[in-house]
Design a protein around this ligand. Structure first.
Ligand SMILES: [Zn+2]
Length: 275
């Protein structure tokens, strides 16, 4: 049995500020003198991310999975700390190239979306966004607003690979159940109070929840269906920032108004042609 873990970062245990999620202070609008402060909090966040990944790997091993592939799926994807990698898993980092989800192998039996966050605009979504927090993007497919959890599930669904578990804050878990139903295991590691405020569960608690949730998810694998929607997909992208929208060009995308682009996409695996 082969399982692909796609790890974002905003939904990891202990993380509730955007400045924790990058070592590029200027991209977060921080003044240069805060650079060192930010760097240390980013490294701490990478440790927290590795803790969640390792708990998930342990859960997969408990369930008898013998091939575990972990993808660093956050920002500039070099967030993993090699010293903390589990000896029984393989890790994919760096450039995505044209690979779906940066290396999803087509013979995977299931995918786990770890450390994920709710879609842009979710009132209690910790660090909620869809693709670009700075551009304020929002996406609709066949009329339904969809965040990163749904986008990644659609791409995996193209290969008939089901999402069996999602971890993140309570809002990400609620979004997961709204899209895929109750058979997908959800593990909440925090509860949002605001976009950058949360009630956090300690790592010593969440590691046990993630490990047990992963084990449970494997027992439900037959009940989780690959996520698919009607083709071709009517994709819509809304960008809050008009200046950035003015500079945005994608082959096949039509501009509907100053904020909005639309495109018809034939296969779910090509979803990020409009992104
Ligand atoms: Zn991210």
């Amino acid at each position: 049995m082969k399982v692909f873990i796609f790890a974002d970062m905003e939904g990891a245990t202990g993380i509730c500020r955007f400045t924790q999620t990058s070592d590029k202070p200027n991209s977060q609008g921080l003044p240069p003198h805060e650079k060192m402060v930010n760097y240390s909090s980013y490294r701490e966040a990478c440790h927290l991310l590795m803790g969640d990944v390792n708990a998930c790997v342990e859960g997969l091993l408990d369930a008898g999975v013998d091939d575990i592939l972990v993808r660093d799926g956050h920002g500039i994807p070099y967030n993993f700390i090699p010293d903390l990698m589990h000896p029984r898993a393989r890790y994919i980092v760096g450039d995505w190239g044209s690979l779906p989800l940066g290396g999803l192998e087509h013979d995977c039996d299931a995918i786990i979306l770890l450390c994920h966050h709710a879609m842009a605009g979710t009132p209690d979504g910790v660090l909620c966004h869809t693709q670009s927090p700075s551009r304020g993007d929002r996406y609709w497919y066949n009329g339904r607003e969809t965040g990163e959890i749904g986008q990644e599930a659609l791409i995996a669904g193209h290969f008939d690979i089901p999402v069996i578990m999602v971890s993140g804050d309570e809002a990400a878990c609620r979004e997961t159940r709204a899209f895929f139903g109750e058979d997908v295991v959800t593990v909440a590691v925090k509860k949002g109070l605001a976009r950058e405020g949360a009630i956090l569960l300690p790592p010593g608690v969440t590691a046990g929840l993630i490990r047990a949730g992963t084990h449970e998810a494997l027992s439900r694998i037959g009940r989780c269906k690959p996520y698919k929607i009607d083709l071709p997909i009517r994709a819509r992208l809304w960008m809050a920032d008009v200046e950035k929208a003015n500079a945005f060009r994608r082959e096949g995308a039509g501009r509907v108004d100053e904020h909005t682009f639309e495109m018809e996409i034939d296969r779910a695996v090509d979803l990020f042609r409009l992104c």
